[in-house]
Design a protein. Structure first.
Length: 236
């Protein structure tokens, strides 16, 4: 059996799979970032420094991104090249909606209070828009609780990576917002409208639970039984 630090003698090719992004992720906030390395400080205060290579992938709000899109202080998930999260190389660096979904504790379930983004309803809100009364939106959150958001001139509104205005938001839209509660109303600092495809994908991931693979492998097509090498000759 292959062990961290051992040789690549795993008959199942496990080491190759881990180097393609299947290692355990590290969660935290960026405390230092350079062209060839990233340092992440976890919720427990421990710091982890990982190498960045030409093969490192970047994701922000479910979209491909670049190293320049990340800065010190950003909450991130860094998937390493080892299954115990103690690898030396970053295979993928992700933030935004992707992290909110896959972060510890999940985004809308019982463990939401322990997620990297904080507590659902206090630090972030995600759900479906039910009412629009500018500058307020009323959502039904993923935990079925209704909550009102109050936008202001400092709220950044986006649909994916495109800037929008409140007039572009419609009932039925799914949104994710980060901010804080002020005077008993949640005031978003950032609000992103999620496409139906992205929302469906997030719901599927939430149903599988945190740490689950992002998508199941497609089932293999059934294999036809081999033809006999010497078929019987027809009877006259």
């Amino acid at each position: 059996m292959w062990a961290p630090g051992g040789s690549a003698q795993d008959a199942g090719g496990r080491e190759r799979g881990q180097r393609q992004g299947r290692g355990r992720p590290v969660f935290g906030k960026i405390s230092a970032i350079q062209s060839d390395s990233i340092q992440v400080t976890g919720p427990d205060g421990n710091e982890v420094r990982l190498k960045l290579t030409s093969s490192t992938e970047y994701r922000k709000d479910w979209q491909p991104a670049n190293l320049a899109d990340f800065k010190v202080g950003d909450p991130v998930m860094v998937r390493t090249d080892q299954p115990d999260g103690k690898g030396t190389t970053a295979v993928m660096v992700a933030s935004g909606q992707f992290l909110m979904q896959t972060g510890r504790g999940g985004a809308g379930g019982e463990g939401a209070g322990g997620g990297i983004f904080g507590t659902l309803g206090k630090d972030f809100v995600m759900g479906e828009v039910k009412e629009i009364d500018p500058p307020r939106l009323t959502l039904t959150r993923t935990d079925k609780v209704s909550q009102t958001l109050e936008l202001n001139e400092e709220t950044s509104l986006r649909r994916g990576r495109e800037s929008i205005t409140m007039a572009d938001i419609q009932t039925g839209d799914h949104v994710i917002a980060r901010g804080a509660v002020e005077n008993n109303v949640f005031v978003p600092k950032n609000l992103n409208v999620v496409s139906p495809e992205q929302w469906k994908r997030m719901q599927e991931m939430m149903a599988r639970g945190p740490g689950a693979p992002s998508a199941p492998n497609a089932p293999a097509a059934p294999t036809a039984p081999p033809s006999p090498q010497n078929p019987p000759e027809p009877h006259n």
